[in-house]
Design a protein around this ligand. Sequence first.
Ligand SMILES: Nc1ncnc2c1ncn2[C@@H]1O[C@H](COP(=O)(O)OP(=O)(O)OP(=O)(O)O)[C@@H](O)[C@H]1O
Ligand SMILES: [Mg+2]
Length: 459
Amino acid sequence: MLVVDDEELIRWALRAALEGAGHRVVCAADGAEALARFEEGVDAVLLDYRLPDVDGLTLLARMRELDPVVPVTLLTAFSSVERAVDAMRLGAFDFLAKPFDLDHVVAVTAKALETTSLRREVRAMRARQLSSIDAIVGESPAIVALKRQLAKFARSASATILITGETGTGKDLAARAVHAASARADGPFQNITCSALPESLLESELFGHEKGAFTDARTQKRGLLELADRGTVFLDEIGELALPLQAKLLRFLEERTFRRVGGLTEVRPDVRVVAATHRDLARMVEEGTFREDLFYRLGVLSVHIPPLRERAGDVPLLARAFVAHFARDLGANVVGIGDAALDALARHGWPGNVRELRNVIERAVLLAEHPVIEPSDLPPLGGALAASPPPSHGEPATRVALPPEGLSLVAVEEDLVRQALERARGNRTRAARLLGMNRDQIRYRIEKFGLHDVGRSPG
Ligand SMILES: Nc1ncnc2c1ncn2[C@@H]1O[C@H](COP(=O)(O)OP(=O)(O)OP(=O)(O)O)[C@@H](O)[C@H]1O
Ligand SMILES: [Mg+2]
């Protein structure tokens, strides 16, 4: 319990009553101290409305932001309805007017603490659901195989795993799923992106350092490999790891022990390493930028996630799952996605893979003008089009890049005519203008593709 009040007598009385009821109590006399104690982790807060350095409502809002699970009960010397309403609106758990009855405070506190443990359970359950293997959506053979493989990998507790795949294919998701499905599920999951830090910082981030190891090392610091003890370390973008760190990582993977930077003693944490990359490590080995021995060490259990364009059958499943997720998350009035919109999604090439699809759906759910998402609710797609580079000097402004795998010109043509008709709400003259055509030219294409009703509202 955290008790925040600037009056010593009140702190004393509350502490005595709450400790008498079997709770552990920490006190703070002002806002700054209260936040410091709060960040160390508490289960519930009793917060005085008026403090010397900050007002209670501001502090309440800040605490709600830091950890919405922790119930905050406000105490005030002046009971006023508006104030109570303000407090409740900001998410206060309860509101107690001074002078209060200590038995009542103890009863409210017991209820608050019960809420905390319930909320924590729900949060942990949601986190488990979100990161389980079942959270990986897809029925394509590649994804079914991936899920089976991840489940198998999870059964060994310490074997190193390598996940490869283009950006946005779900490498992060897969790494978390293995962790959640393994015996380490209750341990920490630490992740770091190897390209995010310069080499020396990355080294001390991973392996830690001793006090005085270098100029800025004022205290000893434990690295991620130690912090992840009994859990999993996820090394993202392993292909960007500098050669000296590759050597140090290899030694750790082989001997399961390392020294902190500037240290002499061996540290022996119990962790599983999962690495991921969008790079072709075999090619990097040939080029001499990635150690061959580390490559083989990492590759013992390896899995490749194919790009979304190679499992287009999963697009509707993913789209529906994201619609449901965002409709709930954003409180939007969207209940589903229509076939025409799904068709439009299926024709796109998805260079950004599942992440791109997720973003497209999030935007569509936010901006949708229909309860069932229609093509006009989607941003302009069309594989080739979305990936087109900005026009450079001398090229026509509408230049479209041909994707490496090629495309069907007829399908693109049909899609563009359809989009134009939709945007023009069925008005052929306006649709034709959008495509730089005359009415005859567009009528010919409407016949050819059977687009007579596109863009027209039924009835
Ligand atoms: N099969 C899937 N089912 C459900 N959600 C998915 C799936 N694949 C990816 N996602 C979601 O798509 C987004 C991108 O996935 P993720 O971050 O795992 O990709 P990544 O491969 O790590 O990308 P990068 O290489 O850019 O780091 C995430 O929000 C993830 O939850
Ligand atoms: Mg990632």
